[in-house]
Design a protein around this ligand. Structure first.
Ligand SMILES: Nc1ncnc2c1ncn2[C@@H]1O[C@H](COP(=O)(O)OP(=O)(O)OP(=O)(O)O)[C@@H](O)[C@H]1O
Ligand SMILES: [Mn+2]
Length: 271
């Protein structure tokens, strides 16, 4: 006779690692004196618990596959796991508490670049996260209740400026403002009604609004149904070392591009 415990036993049998996603303090306490044979890794936003081995989660990633990918790619990057290792991931899927156990075989093929996008881009990780936050908020609320689109090109700003031209005067011309500042976020939302792209530097300085991007669009694959904004956003990341974060006016999703490839697609309504 099989029991539920047998299922759990099978899931954790012989694992090389355990990833705890966003554990509450009291949940983590039970693992504090961890003496299991497997490596224990905490994946969470900021250092919420005082874990020895930690992967910083920049967004909660409502999609659990994205979250797990991020944790595993981050762990691989830190040299904790390698191809062929098997790990058990314990994560919250619905409300706060950890309620899900997933067994995953680590392989290079599962690398989607989601960790790389935040951690190994030209722009600082906090800048990437701040731009995501603006795009998500804009996607949630729109502009005065109406859906709005926006294109943020982040990092490698000098090169991006060389591959683009102004559509109108640049309201950020003489200012030294940075993304993440609440007032700047209001400005970005206000200017998103107008055409073109925002260009943001590695350190988060808003270099320009209203840029018309002119990258060569060769070999850039964007999802069907999307148009010029996404094509330009994808292509500029192949032509430069920037990443692009694009909010679609038509389907309301936020997408991230790097190296001409789409790496992440999220629905602002889920955040
Ligand atoms: N090369 C470009 N550089 C900067 N902005 C652009 C470029 N091409 C288009 N845009 C901006 O994208 C807007 C929407 O264009 P389009 O509908 O073709 O894009 P899309 O990919 O379908 O995006 P959406 O899903 O938001 O409609 C344009 O009004 C313009 O502001
Ligand atoms: Mn369109």
């Amino acid at each position: 006779m099989a029991t539920l415990t047998d299922i759990v036993d099978d899931l954790v049998d012989g694992v090389d690692g355990v990833l705890l996603f966003s554990p509450s303090g009291s949940f983590y306490e039970r693992f504090e004196e961890w003496e299991g044979e497997a490596e224990l890794v905490v994946v969470a936003p900021e250092k919420a618990v005082d874990a020895e081995t930690f992967v910083d989660l920049p967004l909660e990633f409502d999609n659990i596959r994205d979250r797990i990918r991020f944790g595993i790619e981050g762990s691989m990057d830190k040299g904790l796991f390698e191809e062929g290792d098997v790990v058990a991931c314990a994560a919250p899927t619905f409300d706060g508490d950890i309620d899900t156990l997933v067994r995953v075989r680590v392989s290079e093929e599962m690398r989607s670049g989601i960790y790389d996008l935040f951690t190994n881009s030209r722009a600082e990780p906090s800048v990437v996260r701040d731009v995501f936050d603006v795009a998500i908020e804009l996607g949630k609320k729109g502009q005065k209740g109406k859906p709005v689109g926006a294109l943020f090109v982040v990092g490698d700003a000098g090169k991006v400026m060389n591959k683009s031209r102004p559509l109108s005067y640049n309201p950020f011309e003489k200012s030294h403002v940075h993304v993440g500042d609440p007032i700047v976020n209001v400005m970005l939302k206000e200017f998103s009604r107008l055409d073109g792209a925002f260009v943001i530097s590695d350190s988060g300085k808003i270099v320009s609004a209203y840029r018309y991007l002119e990258p060569s669009a060769e070999g850039v694959d964007i999802p069907k149904g999307l148009g010029a904004r996404h094509m330009a956003g994808g292509a500029i990341t192949r032509d430069t070392n920037a990443i692009a974060i694009v909010l679609s006016e038509s389907d309301g999703l936020v997408r991230a591009f790097k190296g001409g490839k789409i790496l992440l697609e999220i629905d602002p309504e889920e955040y």
